[in-house]
Design a protein around this ligand. Structure first.
Ligand SMILES: Nc1ncnc2c1ncn2[C@@H]1O[C@H](COP(=O)(O)OP(=O)(O)OP(=O)(O)O)[C@@H](O)[C@H]1O
Length: 327
């Protein structure tokens, strides 16, 4: 894939958020899929939507995209209401979903040219998008003969072909091999660099941490946390782990080091959990030296597991994670 997108950069937007969501609710029968969500996505922001299966991510995104009507609440996208279906918004938005439809009897390029034409964009735009997602070599392959990962890239190219200022991507890397995944990250960073706003649904926490300016973690239809990955990780109580070769120090002795919360042997390593990494490293240095000692600090995945693992019957957080976004 090439990171060069070559579409017109988006002019800097002023003022209001790209997406404004207030107290949005949507039920299917008695089931509250989205249960009072409020959030803003800023212009030019790379915004991640995370949460377990069934948390309400797709429902919320479809409401933003104008594909679904909310039962109540307020939604504004690029300054307009997306519902009832707002055709003025379509050229400004790109949407990739898990169930993207294709013209399977066409080649990859023909498919993209067809999609581009729907937006009054020319064949050159189709060619650019093909290159952007690394499908140049498959341009003349029938869509029905593309691999799963290649189809996924074609879906992404279809979402980008008209140079939209707001892009919705739903698990875009789900079927990609590790190299294609990293390549797509570069493409996405370039899109962001061009000033585009990206709403990104993913189950890959490493991806959210590497790409997103802010993430919202949804659970049972509610926002359980919303902030930058860095702030969420800083605010978490998840410990850092220090690992040293087992046998160098007994777990009992390690547990006595001030600041060590837990010491256990896992595989060939002695693993120390601590919230006071510096202090424990100093003590270890004096006891055994630091050769071969590895540290693993808390990640967004730790935050996510801590949040989503905890029961929340009333939807509030038992932890001290910020649920209010900073303006
Ligand atoms: N059309 C529908 N009719 C009835 N129930 C639905 C419908 N769509 C979704 N639901 C239910 O609403 C809840 C939220 O679903 P949604 O697809 O929004 O979750 P999600 O966070 O996108 O999940 P996943 O990570 O599995 O894609 C789920 O319990 C789901 O079963």
């Amino acid at each position: 894939m090439t990171a060069a997108v070559h579409h017109q950069p988006v002019p800097p937007a002023e003022g209001d958020a790209a997406i404004h969501v207030r107290e949005v609710r949507k039920s299917y029968g008695a089931h509250r899929a989205v249960d009072g969500v409020s959030l803003d996505v800023r212009h030019g922001e790379f915004f991640g939507l995370l949460g377990p299966n069934g948390a309400g991510k797709t429902t919320l995104v479809e409401i933003m995209e104008g594909l679904r009507e909310a039962d109540s609440g307020e939604v504004t996208v690029l300054g307009q209401s997306p519902w009832p279906r707002n055709t003025a918004l379509l050229p400004r938005m790109g949407v990739q979903t898990q169930s993207s439809a294709f013209f399977v009897r066409q080649t990859a390029r023909e498919h993209l040219v067809t999609v581009a034409a729907l937006y009054r964009a020319g064949a050159a735009a189709a060619d650019r998008s093909l290159e952007t997602v690394g499908l140049g070599p498959q341009r003349d392959t029938l869509v029905e003969n593309l691999s799963g990962g290649q189809r996924q890239r074609l879906a992404i190219a279809s979402a980008l072909v008209h140079g939209p200022e707001l892009i919705f991507l739903d698990e875009p890397t789900a079927a990609l091999d590790p190299q294609a995944r990293r390549d797509l990250w570069e493409v996405l960073r370039t899109l962001k660099g061009e000033g585009r706003t990206i709403v990104y649904t993913t189950h890959h926490l490493d991806e959210a941490e590497a790409l997103c300016d802010r993430v919202a973690i949804l659970m049972a239809g509610r926002v359980r946390a919303l902030d930058s990955p860095h702030e969420l990780v800083s605010a978490t109580g998840a410990p850092s782990r220090l690992m040293l070769p087992a046998g160098r120090l007994s777990p009992q002795k390690a547990a006595e080091i001030p600041g060590v919360d837990r010491a256990s042997v896992q595989g060939g390593s002695l693993v120390l959990e601590t919230a006071a990494t510096g202090k424990v490293l100093q003590a270890l240095d004096a006891l055994t030296g630091l050769d071969g000692v590895m540290t693993r600090t808390a990640t967004l995945e730790d935050v996510y597991l801590e949040l989503t693992g905890a029961p929340a019957p009333d939807g509030t957080s038992a932890h001290h994670h910020p649920t209010e976004q900073k303006a």
